[in-house]
Design a protein around this ligand. Structure first.
Ligand code: ZLS
Ligand code: CA
Ligand code: ZN
Length: 403
């Protein structure tokens, strides 16, 4: 295509399962799977499906989940339902795995309709897990078999899930599963995480592994009450262990990061990572809660700033797996992942800024029915000395990597 940033067209495959979009975490929960249906409706209306192969795949199997998750946790996810939770046995197992139901009578919950955990027992939980994990596995396989250069699953990217427990809205860690699949064929896999939260589940699993390098950019902060921004890990000093020492890189940032300052870190750091680690495949978790106006995040990225990370990594011409993740202002999320789909196929310059009629257009009133919402300029001194310090810390850690 004439519009490719660097002139080379990519073969792109794309996973979308409408069954996932109907999953409901609960009325007042921040995680809204419908955002993926909204992104998909835009992708379709902008005509981008014609430029991609659509992956129509079976859900993951129980055995595939067990490649990372422990048996008892997999069985719990399979057996638990909102009703079954209320009989004692499953309830204790669920709570041990940090899965709960909203309950005003819970002593730990503290209030009406409160949730004990971030991970509620929801209708269709097992099916949901198998489907989003199946999508990431199929996307990884499309890179392994060489049929695609870029593979997309916006319903994946659940970076907090652990071997035996749920965490931070994530039940099954599709990223670990996808990376394990890539490792069957590729010698070195790079994981990059631009969600506003630290990619702790992925990092923890690979922190002793030199064939996988994990890099997370995230908000790292302690508020006035002394609470750490979730999950509270991901300091610059955490660099991995044993054989994996220096194959973990953390880039902790303060609230308010804008496009310019984010790219002042992302580009030089990723240049160095790509040169030193020379990955055979790249997995990019595109959590959209690093956008301006997110209900949980406190960064100020525009869609173009966020997508700048996608186009930058795409330009290295290494097989690329694009996953979703967080993102809690659903119109912003859908704009972002639609635009990033356009970046993947090389058509970002061709898609109009006018939101087409696609059934969800009323969500875009606040952004003037434009694909690109505006980020108000923030006056006040930019603490660029802080950016330099963060960059130096990261480059010092990278200098320890054997070339
Ligand atoms: O990276 O901060 C926490 C943990 C808690 C506070 C919330 N309670 C329920 C549990 C204990 C300390 N959790 C974070 C999780 C953020 C997950 C980000 C996922 C990802 O983007 C990848 C997908 C958190 N922040 C905000 C909330 N939880 C939160 C706020 C409001 C609510 C409503 C719904 C649910 C419970 C009440 C909830 C969570
Ligand atoms: Ca991150
Ligand atoms: Zn997040």
């Amino acid at each position: 295509s004439a519009s490719c940033g660097d002139g080379r067209k990519r073969r792109v495959c794309y996973y979308y399962d409408p069954g996932i979009a109907n999953v409901d975490y609960g009325a007042d929960h921040n995680m809204v799977p419908r955002r993926v249906a909204m992104a998909h409706a835009l992708v379709e209306k902008y005509g981008l499906l014609a430029d991609m192969e659509r992956l129509r795949v079976r859900p993951a199997t129980e055995a595939e989940l067990r490649a990372f998750h422990d048996d008892a946790y997999v069985r719990l996810l399979r057996d638990i339902t909102p009703d079954a939770y209320h009989d004692g046995d499953l309830r204790d197992r669920a709570r041990a795995c940090r899965v709960g139901v909203p309950d005003p009578n819970e002593p730990e919950a503290g209030g009406a309709g409160a949730y004990i955990y971030d991970n509620p027992v929801i209708d269709g939980l097992w099916d949901y897990c198998l489907r989003y994990a199946g999508g990431s596995l199929a996307a990884a396989r499309a890179l392994v078999d060489g049929s695609s250069d870029i593979a997309i699953n916006w319903s994946g990217g659940m970076h907090h899930a652990c071997r035996g427990k749920a965490s931070g809205f994530c039940y099954v860690n599709d990223i670990v599963l996808a990376i394990q699949e890539l490792l069957k064929h590729f010698e070195r896999v790079l994981y990059v995480d631009i969600d506003v939260h630290h990619g702790d589940g992925v990092e923890a699993h690979f922190k002793r592994e030199s064939r996988v390098m994990t890099v997370s950019f995230h908000l790292y902060d302690i508020d006035r009450r002394g609470d750490k921004f979730f999950p509270g890990t991901g300091k610059a000093e955490d660099v991995g262990e044993g054989d994996g020492k220096y194959y973990t890189l953390n880039v902790p940032m303060k609230a308010g990061m804008d496009d310019e300052r984010y790219q002042q870190l992302f580009r030089p750091i990723m240049d160095e990572v790509m040169e030193k680690f020379a990955p055979d495949a790249v997995v990019l978790q595109c959590g959209a809660d690093s956008l301006y106006g997110d209900r949980l995040g406190e960064f100020r990225l525009s869609v173009k700033g966020h997508a700048g990370c996608v186009s930058y990594l795409r330009s290295f011409n290494v097989p690329l797996l694009l996953l979703g993740g967080g993102g809690y202002t659903v119109n912003h999320v859908a704009s972002c992942w639609c635009y990033e789909t356009a970046v993947a196929v090389g058509k970002e310059k061709e898609i109009s800024d006018e939101i087409p009629f696609h059934g969800y257009e009323h969500y875009y009133k606040d952004q003037g029915y434009k694909l690109h919402f505006t980020v108000p300029k923030k006056n006040g001194n930019k603490k660029d000395d802080l950016i330099d310090k963060i960059k130096q810390d990261a480059l010092m850690n990278l200098a320890m990597l054997k070339p």
